[in-house]
Design a protein around this ligand. Structure first.
Ligand code: PMP
Length: 354
């Protein structure tokens, strides 16, 4: 199958192979990864390798801590403000898509939200270039890649306040200055492993400033003190994430991931731009290199296109239920050859129906 799903999504074949071996006989111990305690040396080594690979790939120093937490990126919409924002303070948020809007809704439960920029006026089909960020904002939050709408920030906003990013759908897909951020979070299920765990990268100096009582399990400092083992973590999801990070490093790290990201996206968009029946949905300069959204000329042709994809083993092409249309996701483990197969089908479809 050619797997263009948006997440959970395509994983490297060798990661799947190793993960399945780990279920039966982890590290030749005669035990499964699923049946060893999370505080055993065996699992702690997995967790520590994963945490240190993240710091290495992001080139971060010891001012930063890496956590693997439960609850998906959605929990971070609440956990970020509960840890960082006092009730009488302001945090700035970019409103550039469905996930950013959800983050805003949660933050409002804990403090004041200032919307620094919004693309709502054109159904989130572009990234605004002008931001208004009050200098007393505790932080600026934005979603680096809008998975649903298919837009991506191709620059880091200069805000003059601590920067927080939801990188769920483009983490590890490109080189960037990760040390410009005070907090980064990402659900692992796209570029960083299996569903069930979220990566949090925190610059420690932003913590310890709120006056509210934070429930123990939501308090980042408690997780840092416990080295990400405050309670039983999702051991298998962390194991798969560690294998995925090992794979990224072995393939050549983020520079190689970025090169492949560009090759896949260039091939797809260059093909799309030659067609009559299918066309892109978002401003070209803001197109996502991970999630490409597009439309067919009419709904009948869209259905026909989805049918043809299905018949050819191409899956995950339907747009998100909230926006409709078509969408493909091209994460790190997606081979260029799969994009080529899709592009060939698109050209043939276009010729037949033009
Ligand atoms: N943020 C972004 C950018 C996402 O793409 C998603 C999920 N697709 C989420 C947040 C929500 O993640 P989760 O389902 O892990 O809570």
């Amino acid at each position: 199958m050619y797997n263009f799903n948006s997440g959970p999504a395509v994983l490297p074949a060798e990661v799947l192979q190793e993960a399945s071996e780990g279920i039966i006989n982890f590290n030749n111990l005669g035990l499964s990864i699923l049946e060893i305690g999370h505080r055993t040396e065996w699992f702690v080594n997995v967790l520590e390798e994963a945490r240190s690979l993240i710091k290495e790939l992001m080139q971060l120093n010891d001012d930063y801590e890496v956590l693997y937490l439960h609850g998906g990126a959605t929990t971070q919409f609440m956990q970020v403000p509960i840890n960082l924002l006092n009730e009488d303070e302001i945090a700035s948020y970019c409103d550039n898509g469905i996930w950013g809007s959800k983050a805003i809704k949660e933050a409002k439960l804990f403090g004041n939200v200032h919307v620094a920029c919004s693309s709502k006026d054109r159904e989130h089909t572009y990234i605004p270039k002008e931001l208004s960020v009050p200098q007393h904002s505790i932080y600026l939050h934005y979603t680096t890649n809008n998975t649903v709408e298919g837009t991506q920030w191709h620059f880091i906003p200069e805000a003059g306040v601590p920067l927080i990013a939801d990188m769920s759908s483009d983490i590890f897909s490109r080189e960037t200055s990760f040390n410009k951020y005070s907090l980064i979070y990402a659900g692992a299920q796209k570029n960083a492993g299996a569903a069930g765990v979220t990566i949090i990268v925190i610059k420690k100096d932003i913590l310890g400033k709120v006056t509210r009582n934070i429930p123990s399990i939501l308090n980042y400092q408690n997780h840092i003190d416990a080295k990400s083992l405050l309670n039983t973590p999702p051991v298998f999801a962390i194991y798969v994430s560690m294998l995925t990070l090992r794979w990224i490093k072995k393939e050549g790290g983020l520079s190689v991931m970025e090169k492949r990201t560009n090759e896949r996206a260039n091939l797809f968009y260059e093909t799309l731009d030659t067609l009559n029946i299918l066309e892109g949905k978002v401003d070209k300069q803001d197109r996502s290199l991970m999630n490409a959204t597009f439309l067919a000329k009419n709904i009948e042709l869209e259905k026909l296109f989805l049918d043809e994809c299905k018949q050819n083993g191409i899956v995950g092409v339907k747009g998100h239920r909230s926006v409709g249309g078509l969408r493909i996701s091209m994460y790190n483990a997606m081979p260029l050859s799969s994009v080529q197969v899709l592009c060939d089908l698109m050209k043939e479809f276009d010729k037949k129906h033009s």
